[in-house]
Design a protein around this ligand. Sequence first.
Ligand code: ADP
Ligand code: MG
Length: 709
Amino acid sequence: MHRFGSSDIKYLKGVGAARGSALADEFGIRTFRDLLYYFPFRYNDRSRFYKIAELEGEMPAIQIRGRFVRFSTEGEGARQRLVGLFSDGRSLMEVLWFSRRRQIRESLSLDREYVIFGKPQFFRGSYSMVHPEIEIFDPERPPEGLRGQYNLSEGARKKGFTSKAIGKLIANALELPAFASLQDTLPASVVKAKRLMPLAQALRAIHFPTDPVALRRARERFKFEELFYVELHILRFSRERGAAIRGPVFASVGEKFNRFYADVLPFPLTGAQKRVIKEIRADMRTGRQMNRLVQGDVGCGKTLVAFMTMLIAADNGFQAALMAPTEILARQHYAGLKEWGDAVGVRVEVLTGSSKASERREIDAGLADGSISILVGTHALLEDRVKFRNLGLAVIDEQHRFGVAQRARLWEKSVVSPHVLVMTATPIPRTLAMTVYGDLDVSVIDELPPGRKPVTTLLRYEDSRSDVSRIVNAELKAGRQVYIVYPLVHESDKLDLKSVEEGYERICAAYPSYRACLVHGQLSPDEKARQMELFVSGKARIMVATTVIEVGVNVPNATVMIIENAERFGLSQLHQLRGRVGRGADRSYCVLMSHYKTAAPTRKRLEIMTETSDGFVLAEADMKMRGPGDMEGTQQSGIAFNLRIANLATDGQIIEAAREEAGKILDAMPELSGGKSSGETAVSPADAEILKGELALRFGRSVDWSHIS
Ligand code: ADP
Ligand code: MG
């Protein structure tokens, strides 16, 4: 695709300097290749004309051929509309316009035959169409098949671009003689092995499909191509690191670990905790740097696994750090770990943005002389002034709040790269984890400590608030605590949501004999900590909060979680919130409060919550329903790529095939991942050229090929 592909778009017929820069601004299209890789987001079926009598059920957009027999204006004010009665020769249907009525009326005539295209709406017993696309029927024109629709930004529309115009430009590019000699973007060996559609053919088929089968194959090819390079990129770096980076050797499990296990630990480890600790120990013995993701549902006991891992570091003479995403969580971790640390003679300290200067000085000293074995904190741990004597292990809690770049900063804090343990309760579907965290090994804690009662989840509407109060009252009376969570902090938001402050006042009035506290994101850190403390200590029995409590808060005495406007939350988020209760041995409740009028898909989403407590099932469902782009946390997780055609939720099989193929390529070309070229690889020079070129083009970073002679 070289020369042709990289030519400036302004040289294409129909573009020129002005439209060229508009294409760059509005679409990010700068080269011929960018244009050709601007794929339709949808296809309209223009393969045949429908009859009005054929319409039934929920229809996609379709086309109908016919004439207007009458126009009239109906309705008042904002509901005023132009109504055209459209006949296909046998039956009649109304066509409606709410805006640009006069222009539209003037542009249409009763004497012509038209093709209208749109989605039929079923209303009061008959079908109609609103603002359809309209063309004069042209008997000369050959019937079309599927017509691609291109996404247009608001700005692009303002600059006069239409989907049709983009299609025309693409057609111009496909007609150029140079297009015929286009070089494939995938190695010939891969195209052959995977029986993929070759590039030129696939480009024609994806933009101007002649039949659905060709379109499907073209789309598969581009999905594969996209995922293949993402996987190649990720695997390349993980292999490089695996090969080159050494970590400290934790040869033995020592005295502190054993003492904690034998004398301090108040309960037996679950089987899953034991297994994961074993996996971690095996990693840390090898002399290779560990990069491990520990996934486990809320409440499965990840903190304990982290602590015991840190004890192994201490037993081997190394320091450990635990980084949490929020001040509240850091302080809560600290309180728990300090108690355990004191019991086995391990010094634990905490460092956050609000640590005082005098505390900081003490910590600096303790880190330098090695007397601090475990430092808990927020991202304040990443600051340059924080210097460890010998950091051997970094544990990162709830990684999705931390970017890859921040992880790398922790590694810089010591001579030998410390082992890295990332803990998350966000159940990341396997396909997503493979692609996003391709460079991490994964351990799963798939077992909750014994004795936990599952949380009873109820979906309730406004009119059953009194039922909900009954549950709350009963639990408060029994000495338990209650969370009430709101999605927003201020009423200023356009959406009509009850603000958390209003809710707080209502709660105070409704339960006058119990103290309530209020926690939200607009409080100062001090005030927030004070309010949290009220609840953690049990002085406050009710906490009214926004989602700041989502991650990590641990109050086993809390047995009720009420989530207001639950429809505003994603499933994974609801699941996280639900995980705040059911932490003790008592029966717990999670009540999802919702509006009557929520749309069916939303209600279905909430109903899934009442049916399963499996975080992974919920995460998969969430991703299928909302698309992975919406998944909480993916933005911050350091995904270094945008997918334009592949879908992490639905293309699992293609991801696996792409990953496997990428692995084979790296085996054949070790030089791609920093290894030595074996001289004679299984990859032809032409294919190797394509791979290197594509990696450089797709992932910006210029690749250092100097060691390839
Ligand atoms: P998470 O995985 O969500 O971070 P935590 O580490 O906060 O979970 O653990 C939740 C609670 O379960 C804590 O109170 C912890 O002490 C307790 N816990 C952890 N492991 C066990 C176990 N093996 N048996 C009983 N309770 C446990
Ligand atoms: Mg936790």
